[in-house]
Design a protein around this ligand. Structure first.
Ligand code: NAD
Length: 256
């Protein structure tokens, strides 16, 4: 379905981004990976799906590196058709103790980077009259949680940016939508499981149950593969008129 399309997924060396990259690759899209840590492993996983794969190491808190990455992605195989804004970080602390440097980093990486990738990628998508921009927000783009001020503010901002991007392109073949996961067991969340286990003197498994029990009625983690299939739907012909939604996949978190 996505043969000859190019997808750039930010923060795709790990977790949800890698899951989405693999789901798009299974549909035939060539993939530009981005993110820190091990690069060769994710590259090999994508290549094994029979598509082309490239990597750009832009730090999403640096505008010049983001601009370079978009140009790189456009130049790889002729066009950048699918942009998935996924890179993100977390810091958990009450507002009065929240390190200002962490606030700035979360706003830059979780919110401003999506503005910069989008503004750079849009003109060519508009010229081609086809494009898909998928913003990985969070349930925290829809509701708040204590001790996550920067993250919740950034993710609400991402949902707002999604709506404006969708509206400005509503009469074109370019759509923009947000995915709002609940708990997904990635390195980002394992750190919160570890903190809960340490604070409450619990095993890893019991800390996971406490974390899920606080917010997620299904008592199940959503998986990167499930989120990848939602991204595939947004890219499918059936997604042509899905514009500006913030679609939660959260085991009932925001239904409460
Ligand atoms: P993760 O830590 O597994 O992956 C984050 C990715 O972003 C990694 O590839 C990392 O290298 C990359 N990254 C971090 N800082 C970067 C930077 N400055 N520049 C470029 N890349 C950078 O986390 P994840 O859980 O897969 O999170 C992915 C996205 O999903 C984030 O936006 C996160 O907020 C969102 N999300 C996660 C959950 C969850 O429960 N895990 C829930 C809702 C939303």
């Amino acid at each position: 379905m996505l043969t000859n399309k190019t997808a750039l997924v930010t923060g795709s060396t790990s977790g949800i981004g890698l899951g989405i990259a693999k789901a798009l690759a299974r549909q035939g899209a060539n993939i530009v990976l981005n993110g820190f840590g091990d690069v060769e492993g994710p590259k090999a996983e994508i290549a094994a799906l029979g598509v082309k794969v490239a990597y750009h190491g832009a730090d999403m808190s640096h505008v010049d590196q983001i601009e370079d990455m978009i140009q790189f992605a456009q130049a790889q195989w002729g066009s950048l058709d699918i942009l998935v804004n996924n890179a993100g970080i977390q810091h958990v602390s009450k507002i009065e103790n929240f390190p200002t440097e962490r606030w700035d980093a979360i706003i830059a990486i979780n919110l401003s980077s999506a503005f910069h990738t989008t503004r750079c990628a849009l003109p060519a998508m508009q010229a081609a009259n086809w494009g898909r921009i998928i913003n990985v927000a969070s349930v925290h783009g829809l509701v708040g949680s204590a001790e996550k001020s920067a993250y919740v503010a950034a993710k609400h901002g991402v949902v707002g940016l999604t709506k404006v991007t969708a509206l400005e392109n509503a009469t074109t073949g370019v759509t923009c939508n947000a995915i709002c996961p609940g708990w997904v067991l990635t390195p980002l969340v394992q750190k919160q499981v570890d903190a809960k286990a340490a604070a409450l003197g619990l095993s890893n498994e019991d800390a996971k149950k406490v974390l899920l029990g606080e917010k997620e009625p299904s008592m199940q983690f959503t998986t990167p593969d499930e989120l990848g299939e939602l991204a595939v739907f947004f890219c499918s012909p059936a997604g042509n008129n899905v514009r500006g939604v913030a679609w939660n996949m959260d085991g009932g978190w925001v239904a409460q």
